[in-house]
Design a protein around this ligand. Structure first.
Ligand code: HEM
Length: 428
C-alpha cells in the first residue's frame, strides 16, 4: 500500500527514537518524488533529497548549495539548532560575536577551506596508519573490560561498556586530555545532540536546560585547555598547540573561533563513530552468516567496516541553502530554498547498490556516502574507519559468544541516529 507522501513524517526526533529510520517513506520518495517539497506545521518547509546521485550533485556544487545559510540541520520551529552548542548562551557571557559562524561546517569557501586546513593534516591516512597499532591495543583493552562486565552481570550495555570508549580515547588523546576526563567528554558530547542521562540532570532542570548547562561546562573546559596551550611553551597536545598558532588569512584564531573548533571536533567525532560501532554489532548479530564470514577471515575487516558504515549511516541528514534558481532532477528550486539530504536513503538507492537491503560485508564496490561528499566531506573519515577496524579486530573472536537481549534505546534526533543503550549478553 503506497503511503500518502503529504502525511509521512521525516522530521520529528521522536519518530527516529521510536521507529528508527523511515525506510518505506524514503524508498517511495526515491521512486516517485526524489526531490520532494516537504511542508509540515511544526517545521519550516524544505526539499527532501533521497537519491544517491542527487545528494552527490548537491554536495559537489557548494556554490549553488551553501552551508552558510540560515539552516544546516533540521530543527523544529522555535527550537535552536542543538549543534550550535550553546554558542548563543555561553558566548553572550564572554562577549562573543553573534555573527561569527558557530564552527567551520557553517562556512563556505574560501574561508571554509582555509579553516578546515588547520587540522586536516592530523586526519590523513598516513597519520591513521601510525596510530593503528595503538588503537588496536586500546580496542583490546576495552574489549577485555567489556567481557569482564559481561561476566559480572547477566547482561550489559554495549554502548557504555564498549562502543563509546575508543572514540572518546581517540578524541581525548588528540586534545591531550588526561584519561580521567574522557568520561566527561561522553556526557558533554551527548548533550550536544540533546541526550542527557537522568543522573546528569539536576533537580528542577529540564533536559534542554541540562544540555545547555553541560555544553557551557564543556565550553569552559575548552577555554582552560586553550589558555594552557597558548601559554609560553605550549600545552601537552601537539594538535592543540598547532591549532592555537594556526593562521587563516594571516590572522590567529580568536578565543571564540578556537573554542568552536575544538567543540566541533568533539561533537562530530564521538556519537557518530559510537553509533556505527553499536549499529555494526547489531547488524553482525542479526546476520549470523556475515558474522561467521568475518570471524573466519580477518581480511574481510576493511570491507565489513564500509558495509557497516553504509548500513548504519549514523549521520541522517544535512541541509544546504540554494543561492540561485536551479533545477535538480526536473524539479525547480528557488534561491533561498532549503534542501535536506538524507544519507541513509542515498545508501539504500538501488540505482547504485545491488540488493541494497542486504547486509553484505563482501560488497564491492561500495560507494556509500555515509561521510558526505565534496568540500565538506567528513574530516574524520579516516579516523572513524581506523577506530572501527580496531574494534572489529578485537571483537571478531568474541562475536559468536554474544547475543542481543532485545533491550535498547534509540536517540531522539534527526541529525545523528543510533543507540543510547543496547543490551547484550553472553550466549549460554
Ligand atoms: C562513523 C563516523 C562518522 C560519520 C558517519 C560522519 C559523517 C559526517 C558527515 C555526513 C559529514 C558532512 C559531510 C558533508 O557535508 O558532505 C561530516 C562532517 C564532518 N565530520 Fe564526520 N563523521 C564521522 C566521524 C567523524 C570523526 C571521528 C570526526 C573527528 C574529527 C569527524 C569530524 C567531522 C568534521 C569536522 C566535519 C565537518 C567537515 C566540513 O564541514 O568541512 N567526523 N561527517
Amino acid at each position: 500500500m503506497p503511503l500518502d507522501l503529504d502525511k509521512i513524517d521525516l522530521h520529528s526526533p521522536h519518530r527516529y527514537a521510536t521507529q528508527g529510520f523511515p525506510w518505506a517513506e524514503w524508498a517511495q520518495l526515491r521512486d516517485e518524488a526524489p526531490v520532494f517539497w516537504y511542508e509540515r506545521d511544526d517545521i519550516e518547509p524544505f526539499w527532501v533529497i533521497t537519491r544517491h546521485a542527487d545528494v552527490m550533485t548537491i554536495s559537489e556544487d557548494s556554490k549553488t548549495f551553501i552551508n552558510g545559510g540560515p539552516r544546516l540541520r533540521l530543527a523544529l520551529k522555535g527550537e535552536a539548532e542543538l549543534l550550535r552548542g550553546g554558542v548563543d548562551s555561553f558566548g553572550l557571557s564572554r562577549g562573543w560575536n553573534p555573527q561569527e559562524p558557530p564552527d567551520f561546517t557553517f562556512m563556505d569557501d574560501p574561508r571554509h577551506r582555509h579553516t578546515r586546513k588547520l587540522s586536516s593534516w592530523a586526519f590523513t591516512q598516513g597519520c591513521m596508519r601510525e596510530v593503528g597499532a595503538h588503537f588496536d591495543a586500546l580496542a583490546e583493552t576495552f574489549t577485555e573490560e567489556f567481557l569482564t562486565a559481561l561476566k559480572e552481570s547477566d547482561t550489559c550495555d554495549f554502548v557504555h561498556e564498549l562502543a563509546a570508549k575508543l572514540p572518546l580515547a581517540a578524541t581525548g588523546e588528540i586534545l591531550g586530555l588526561p584519561p580521567e576526563d574522557w568520561k566527561q567528554l561522553l556526557v558533554w558530547s551527548n548533550a550536544i545532540i540533546g541526550e542527557v542521562e537522568p543522573e546528569h540532570i539536576r533537580s528542577g532542570e529540564t533536559v534542554t536546560q541540562a544540555a545547555e548547562r553541560n555544553m557551557s561546562d564543556m565550553r569552559s573546559y575548552l577555554e582552560a585547555l586553550i589558555q594552557e596551550h597558548r601559554a609560553p611553551g605550549g600545552g601537552p597536545s601537539p594538535f592543540v598547540n598547532r591549532l592555537v598558532n594556526g593562521r587563516v588569512n594571516g590572522e590567529l584564531l580568536n578565543e571564540q573561533q578556537l573554542n568552536s573548533y575544538l567543540f566541533l571536533l568533539i561533537g562530530a567525532g564521538n556519537d557518530t563513530t559510537r553509533n556505527a560501532t553499536t549499529g555494526g554489532l547489531v547488524a553482525l548479530l542479526e546476520h549470523p552468516d556475515q558474522r561467521d564470514l568475518l570471524c573466519g577471515n580477518a581480511a574481510l575487516i576493511p570491507g565489513a567496516v564500509d558495509e557497516i558504515l553504509r548500513w548504519t549511516s549514523p549521520v541522517i541528514s544535512f541541509l544546504r541553502t540554494v543561492t540561485e534558481d536551479t533545477v535538480i532532477n526536473d524539479q525547480s528550486l528557488k534561491a533561498g530554498d532549503t534542501v535536506c539530504m538524507f544519507y541513509p536513503s542515498a545508501n539504500r538507492d538501488d540505482r547504485v547498490f545491488s540488493d541494497p537491503y542486504r547486509f553484505d560485508i563482501t560488497r564491492d564496490p561500495n560507494p556509500h556516502i555515509t561521510f558526505g561528499f565534496g568540500a565538506h566531506f567528513c574530516l574524520g573519515a579516516n579516523l572513524a574507519k581506523a577506530e572501527l577496524r580496531s574494534v572489529l579486530k578485537a571483537l571478531r573472536g568474541v562475536l559468536p559468544r554474544l547475543e542481543l537481549t532485545g533491550e535498547s534505546r534509540r536517540i531522539a534526533n534527526t541529525h545523528v541516529s543510533g543507540f543510547s543503550m543496547l543490551g547484550v549478553r553472553a550466549v549460554a
